[in-house]
Design a protein around this ligand. Structure first.
Ligand SMILES: Cc1cc2nc3c(=O)[nH]c(=O)nc-3n(C[C@H](O)[C@H](O)[C@H](O)COP(=O)(O)OP(=O)(O)OC[C@H]3O[C@@H](n4cnc5c(N)ncnc54)[C@H](O)[C@@H]3O)c2cc1C
Length: 365
């Protein structure tokens, strides 16, 4: 039987939700509401595309390894109010605390387009076959996802022609100039062409990720390719909430307080990409939000005042691998932004893409 007053419904089991659920498992009765059968480590999805035999299965971590006491309901939340969650099936989960962690969607292959691991693995294998035969690859979007995709493709295929196009005038705005210069240097050395300040005149007729005759105008010039990928277009997963709990901002994000309560609700919290915290949206930040929320809920469960607050970093962090051995990174230091060289980026992220971290969290041998 659940103890009275200690039920926590965590809605969404991505980076933020899984971390909150795990941190609260010993202290409360956690119900994780998440339609997928496994946590998806999106950081590995681009390598799952380019090296599916080694990587496609490695980015999925079944939820049955996450919680010792709590339960996982494979359901979508259809509505949330201050007292509980109504599921898409019509069932209701009453809760004393609610944590909204439904994150964001992103075009495949960066995020999966199914809730089943078996289907997602099959998609990566099919998409790999489409990519393998394409000589000229066009990537729309030169943010971290587009550039990482270019790096992963180059690591497997030395001779494909890879072009990344973006209307923005510079790469990674908001990060140190030194980081941008090193990024340009490595992209050039890897033979990845980047066209900035240039957009597609119209979207190609061919579906992204499918081999075909891709013809597109880029800044008035006709360009042909054998496959293209869309590496832009984050969509916040908050449509199911409407404005019922608090008015969403124009991006669809939930307004939160420094304690990460949804505005106006002392027992409803939000973490990760679904929040309006003013910072780039990152798994690392979602997991830090999770620590703050878990500490605040533990305090409330124990009859104490929640006191933890989340403050975005003044100097943003980025780790951007270009395949397993290359890439750039920036971390904060007392002297300002500190650069990480390619070897450090490979050690911290590029080689294992956080597999080891999640294998430990999910109890995978
Ligand atoms: C290719 C790629 C690489 C990335 N690499 C990094 C990286 O290396 N480092 C980094 O810090 N960030 C990285 N990011 C960003 C990172 O993935 C996101 O910031 C992160 O996923 C946000 O975590 P989250 O917990 O907020 O939500 P998500 O991870 O998006 O998880 C949300 C979960 O909610 C579930 N859900 C959605 N709707 C509902 C609903 N109605 N009911 C119940 N559940 C629902 C979804 O199924 C999903 O499991 C990367 C992103 C991409 C696309």
């Amino acid at each position: 039987m659940t103890q009275q007053g200690r039920t926590v419904a965590v809605v969404g089991g991505g980076y933020g939700g899984a971390a909150v659920a795990k941190a609260l498992d010993e202290h409360a009765d956690v119900v994780l509401i998440e339609p997928k059968d496994a946590f998806v480590n999106a950081a590995g999805s681009l390598r799952a595309l380019t090296r599916p035999d080694e990587w496609a299965e490695r980015i999925f971590f079944p939820y049955d390894g996450l919680l010792k006491r709590g339960s996982h309901l494979r359901e979508y939340a259809a509505n949330v109010d201050a007292r509980g969650v109504t599921l898409a099936s019509g069932e209701r989960v009453e809760a004393d605390y609610i944590v909204l962690a439904t994150g964001s969607g992103y075009p495949y292959p960066a995020k999966t387009r199914t809730d089943s691991t078996a289907e997602a693995v099959a998609h990566f294998k099919e998409s790999h076959a489409e990519l393998a035969g394409a000589e000229r690859v066009l990537i729309a979007g030169a943010g971290p996802v587009g550039l990482e995709l270019a790096g992963e493709i180059r690591d497997v295929w030395a001779d494909k022609r890879i072009t990344v196009v973006d209307p923005a005038p510079e790469l990674l705005p908001g990060y140190a100039g030194e980081l941008r210069a090193e990024l340009h240097r490595q992209l050039e050395a890897l033979g990845i062409e980047v066209r900035l300040g240039a957009a597609f005149d119209a979207e190609p007729d061919v579906e992204p990720g499918r081999a075909g005759d891709v013809r597109v105008g880029i800044a008035g010039e006709k360009v042909e390719a054998d496959i293209w990928y869309r590496a832009y277009g984050v969509s916040v997963n908050s449509g199911y909430l409407g404005d019922g709990l608090a008015p969403l901002n124009r991006r669809g994000q939930l307004p939160v307080t420094p304690k990460l309560n949804v505005d106006g609700h002392t027992h409803v919290y939000a973490v990760g990409d679904v929040t309006d915290v003013a910072e780039d949206k990152r798994a690392g930040y979602a997991m830090q939000h999770a620590e703050v929320v878990a500490a605040n809920i533990i305090a409330q469960v124990n009859g104490e005042e929640p006191a933890q607050e989340y403050r975005p970093l003044a100097i943003p962090v980025v780790l951007l691998p270009l395949g397993p051995e290359h890439g750039v990174g920036q971390i904060p230091s007392d002297e300002g932004p500190a650069m990480l060289d390619a070897a450090a980026v490979a050690d911290w992220k590029g080689r294992d893409l956080m597999y080891g971290k999640f294998a430990e969290i999910f109890g995978v041998a």
